[in-house]
Design a protein around this ligand. Structure first.
Ligand code: PLP
Length: 321
């Protein structure tokens, strides 16, 4: 945590807090496209045009960077827009390794969009470190993983996987959507880039679609800002405000999600109709020890018991498949 010792304080006060101009303690919604200039190339403030930078979005971006412990944060109009921005770091002829059960949209954008421009991908079970190591060839420029992954909550040892990627000269990108920085901070474990669908726990109220990229150093921050401005799928000022507001309660919400998920997992464990529960918070689950080591006090994300399938999300919504 850059400024706050406790993440419970950082979620409330972190990043750029309040408003410099008025002293308002809540960041205002700067709902503007353009900022006045005193002449050609003479902006009156640090702000010129809201695709390039907007004070509400900047407050949010500083907040997520602080929570993930990164050098720069970038807010996008969706999680997929964030992933798209990261994939723009690579070129035709490069390859990306993705873990075998990443979010379907991540696979789709690689398979149906980026492949046609010559960016290739390989699918690897990243929980198998030997398999991961042998998948690196000289064209592989990045490892993109989720841990726990969507949908089977497969756990990958982020520190070990990042170390392998670094030794091969590749970046490690971790989709931290299911954990949030409250439970897991991949940059501290050795990853280079974190992405989020902020639509999920960070937004937390089912009223905003958004995404984040957080990078570990200034060089990547410069590249990401260039891509964000050039491609343009930025988070709007109102969505940025909603996210700042949501993140203030992240700590208490995540504690409640974890407590709920643990209770549901325990209850399902003793139900004879349930064959298997995919939930890394259970001692019997794949990756339990790694999860305990690399994430705080347990797991939320979705829990997927095998047939007769009830899919249980931490908010205790129950879907019968
Ligand atoms: N990453 C993960 C793990 C997801 O679950 C999702 C969406 O479900 C995304 C990325 C894409 O995010 P969005 O729906 O905000 O575009």
């Amino acid at each position: 945590m850059a400024h706050y010792k406790h993440i419970e304080s950082a979620v409330i006060h972190g990043g750029i807090y309040g408003d410099f101009h008025t002293g308002a303690v809540s960041t205002p919604i700067y709902q503007t496209s353009t900022f006045e200039q005193d002449g050609l190339g003479k902006p009156r403030s640090n702000w010129e045009y809201s695709r390039t930078g907007n004070p509400t979005r900047a407050a949010l971006e500083a907040l997520i960077a602080e929570l993930e412990g990164g050098a720069g944060g970038f807010a996008f109009s969706s999680g997929m827009a964030a992933i798209d921005a990261v994939l723009h770091l690579f070129q035709s002829g490069d390859s990306v390794i993705i873990s075998s059960n990443v979010y379907g949209g991540t696979f789709r954008i690689l398979d149906k969009i980026f492949k046609q421009y010559g960016l290739n991908y390989k699918i690897v079970d990243t929980s198998d470190l030997a398999a991961l190591e042998s998948a690196f060839t000289s064209d592989v420029k990045a490892l993109l993983l989720e841990s726990p992954a969507n949908p089977l909550l497969t756990v990958t040892d982020i520190a070990a996987a990042s170390e392998i990627a670094r030794s091969k000269g590749a970046l490690t990108v971790v989709d931290n959507t299911f954990m949030t920085p409250y439970l897991q901070r991949p940059l501290e474990l050795g990853a280079d880039i974190v992405v989020h669908s902020a639509t999920k726990y960070l937004g937390g109220h089912s009223d905003v679609i958004a995404g984040f990229v957080v990078v570990k150093d200034d060089e990547l921050a410069e590249k990401l800002h260039f891509i964000q401005n050039a491609v343009g799928a930025v988070a709007g000022p109102f969505d940025s405000f909603l996210l700042i507001r949501s993140i203030k309660t992240l700590a208490v919400r995540m504690e409640a999600h974890v407590a709920n998920a643990e209770k549901i997992a325990e209850a399902l464990k003793s139900n004879p109709a349930v064959k298997n529960i995919y939930y890394p918070g259970l001692k019997s689950a794949q990756g339990y020890e790694i999860q305990k080591r690399q994430a705080k006090n347990g797991v939320v994300g979705q829990m997927l018991p095998e047939f007769p399938a009830v899919r249980i999300y931490p908010k205790s919504y129950i879907f019968v498949l």
